[in-house]
Design a protein around this ligand. Structure first.
Ligand SMILES: Cc1cc2nc3c(=O)[nH]c(=O)nc-3n(C[C@H](O)[C@H](O)[C@H](O)COP(=O)(O)OP(=O)(O)OC[C@H]3O[C@@H](n4cnc5c(N)ncnc54)[C@H](O)[C@@H]3O)c2cc1C
Length: 330
């Protein structure tokens, strides 16, 4: 008998990632339809009370799986611990964020469980038998696939951040916290984390940003990204880049949006000097509003954006920043 739907909780520095709350909110509706409980699964060591907030988003239970070997994320350690728990408890559905960790962990857990996995989904639901259904873009967004599951092993999906709304059901809602030990050993983990280097600044990760200002080859050089940083400061936005800008060495690879970069779904995506290649669109096509600034009226991006400005970005962006500053100070 399945023991409910599970959501894998991503956390760092005692903070839970937004995508976890988004999945819990959506999964709560599905758990109600299925008449099953909703469980959140947290892996780590010495996990504090910060996890209690999870109950507010609809979880009935929080499994806290602790071991000192889980203090930091490792592919081997987390895969073994989570797969062992899932084998024992047999959830019906297991959800992950389609984040760097979720994309690394979910296929490995699926393999251990012999389960099907739909990756990078933009929608999840249930079919008439109560099995998971998932909607996922494929082939750089050219095709939208509706995925179903044929078996009753856990039905697994990873869900793209910033797509589903996160909703607190009640501030006073609490979930039962169940603390468990896992018996993984050092021999289970084949890698060693030598050093963790934090990137400078406190900017929101691209995949969770509400607003992104991105620059492409049209920026003409790394120094010119300063005007995008200024606009981003006013809009509380994160700066992204096309692959052309990254390949030129103007921005770091972690800033790249697209098929071989990050997949983002902000409320507002401002593309500056980006032509709109299919590989770029694959990473930002699900943005709610797309604004393009490009001096070429025939640029492909104008066929894909909600608002287009045909002009020199070096003229438009500073004016845009000034106007936004004025609006913000009113
Ligand atoms: C397998 C594969 C994977 C890929 N993955 C990615 C990916 O993840 N992300 C990605 O972005 N690309 C990816 N690419 C590359 C992609 O095909 C394009 O080459 C790339 O997106 C182009 O970047 P761009 O739009 O910045 O440059 P360009 O295509 O050169 O466009 C620059 C634009 O800037 C405009 N411009 C120039 N000067 C100005 C100005 N002063 N004011 C306003 N506009 C100006 C031009 O009109 C032009 O439209 C991938 C390609 C392949 C084959």
């Amino acid at each position: 008998m399945p023991k409910g739907m599970w959501v894998f909780v991503e956390h760092k520095d005692d903070k839970i990632r937004k995508v976890t709350f988004e999945m819990l909110s959506e999964a709560r509706k599905l758990a109600d339809q299925k008449g099953e409980e909703l469980c959140a699964v947290v892996l780590g060591n010495n996990i504090g009370s910060f996890v209690e907030v999870i109950g507010q988003y609809g979880a009935d239970k929080i499994y806290v799986l602790e071991n000192e070997l889980l203090s930091q994320y490792t592919t081997d350690g987390y895969t073994k611990a989570l797969a062992d728990l899932a084998k024992e408890q047999q959830p019906s559905i297991l959800l992950f964020g389609a984040t760097v960790i979720g994309k690394d962990l979910s296929p490995r857990v699926a393999t251990r469980l012999g389960a099907g996995l739909a990756t990078d989904c933009v929608k999840i639901g249930l079919d008439s038998e109560g099995k998971l259904t998932a909607t996922r873009p494929m082939y750089a967004g050219k095709v939208i696939a509706e995925v179903g599951f044929s078996s009753d092993t856990p039905q697994m999906a990873s869900v793209r951040p910033n797509i589903l709304p996160a909703k607190v059901l009640s501030d006073s809602r609490k979930a039962e916290v169940i603390r468990l030990k896992t018996n993984i050993s050092a021999a289970d983990i084949k890698t060693t984390i030598v050093e963790t280097i934090k990137t400078a600044g406190e900017k929101v990760d691209l995949t969770e940003a509400d607003v992104i200002v991105s620059g492409g080859r049209g920026m003409k050089g790394p120094e010119n990204f300063k005007i995008l940083e200024e606009l981003a400061d006013v809009l509380d936005a994160t700066v992204g880049a096309s692959r052309a800008a990254v390949d030129a060495g103007w921005r770091l690879q972690i800033d790249q949006v697209g098929q071989t970069g990050k997949v983002v779904s902000p409320n507002l995506y401002i593309a500056c000097g980006i032509s709109g290649a299919i590989q770029h669109f694959a990473g930002m096509g699900t943005s709610k509003v797309i604004v393009a600034i490009n001096k070429d009226p025939d640029a492909v991006i104008f066929g894909k954006c909600d608002y287009g400005i045909v002009d020199d970005l070096f003229k438009v962006v500073p004016i845009f920043t000034q106007e936004c500053k004025k609006l913000r100070s009113e």
